[in-house]
Design a protein around this ligand. Sequence first.
Ligand SMILES: Nc1ncnc2c1ncn2[C@@H]1O[C@H](COP(=O)(O)OP(=O)(O)OP(=O)(O)O)[C@@H](O)[C@H]1O
Length: 417
Amino acid sequence: MTPSDDDILALVRGWFGPVPPAKLAIALSGGGDSVALLHILTRAFAPGQVQLFAATVDHGLRAEAAQEAEQAGQQAAALGVAHTVLRWRGWQGRGNLQDVARSARYDLLCDWAQAQGIGALAVAHTADDQAETLLMRLGRAAGVAGLSGIPARRLRGGVMILRPLLDIGRADLRAYLRRNGLSWAEDPSNQDLRYTRVRARAAMADLAPLDVTPAALASVARNMARADEALGWAAFEAARHASRVVAGCVVLAPRALRLMPEEIARRLLLGALGWVGGGAYPPRRRPLAALLEDLHQGRPATLAGCRVVHHRDEIWICREVKALHDARVAPGALWDRRWRVTGPQPKGCEIAALGAAGLAQCPDRAETGLPRAALEPSPAVWRGGALIAAPLAGWGAGWRAESAAEGPGFPAGLLSH
Ligand SMILES: Nc1ncnc2c1ncn2[C@@H]1O[C@H](COP(=O)(O)OP(=O)(O)OP(=O)(O)O)[C@@H](O)[C@H]1O
């Protein structure tokens, strides 16, 4: 049965709970879903309870984009909502256009929201988007995390991204738009069968006789999200017992790693590699499985900007020194996302990796008890090619290297997976 306006408003109100954000940004593409979201949000809350702001990203990729952004602005204005157009002109012809544009769009929207002091951004993904995402991920042989689909809430760049329409179907939103006499722009790429998402949408109709409906798939995503959270928690607990952080490395007990369920070990490694290596994308399943096998066999390995070695009966996940070739900053600046090095007479000095040649100049290196793989990528102070200090290797009076990593760190980062 098609839900009425009141049903939809109650659903969205319920989604936000008793304390909705005082300021809420809306990502308004001008397409049907986000126009509906805008309209719904203007009606869902008590007057003055939630201050709304809308923004449209003009990617400059289609001739009509600027005009559509302007139209979206008029729709927002008609509803008394402040509107901003954010322009992106960053396409350099490299990589996958859809992915690059999406990532740039979220960056622009989150930066804008933060600059306005708005902590939450609503986007208009629907139950159909969720179902299509699940189908696409089945095709990529996803695991529990992938089958959790699009999250209802996720922190990005200090802004909480909210998806209050994730339990509402696209057809129901179209009915809402028509009932309320609202117009919207159709994105022509929604018909382009070259896109996997469009093919997934077309395939949904064929799956209906099996009861594989958007609602059922959205339900699977919710179940998987709960399982994912539980696995994240178990990995966090396992990491607390079987690992420690030393000199920017994650140190693991091999026996504990061997006894853990494989999925927990896999997540623990993923979290450690992400924290130490800082890669934008996590390593894929197969290289990660190969790494786990190497570790069980006592072999050293390299993955995701990390070097993994055995040292004194423990496994050390260290930063890969080769990945730091270009990492050079002035003293006091953030180095390799995680270190801040300060000390006396910094003039003319730069911070770069200690490396093998630098380490050879540190007489007290053995006394640190740290493996070479941990010391070589550690921050060192250089002046004109001469080593001034290597705080983690015990060389250079007065210089300090402090951990300055942002974010939840390790192992807490395993919980937000
Ligand atoms: N140009 C835009 N300006 C502002 N918001 C946008 C824009 N494009 C998309 N959005 C927001 O993102 C929501 C989802 O849009 P769309 O499905 O195109 O996005 P996506 O994030 O690229 O996801 P995917 O392609 O994986 O479905 C829209 O409903 C809208 O809230």
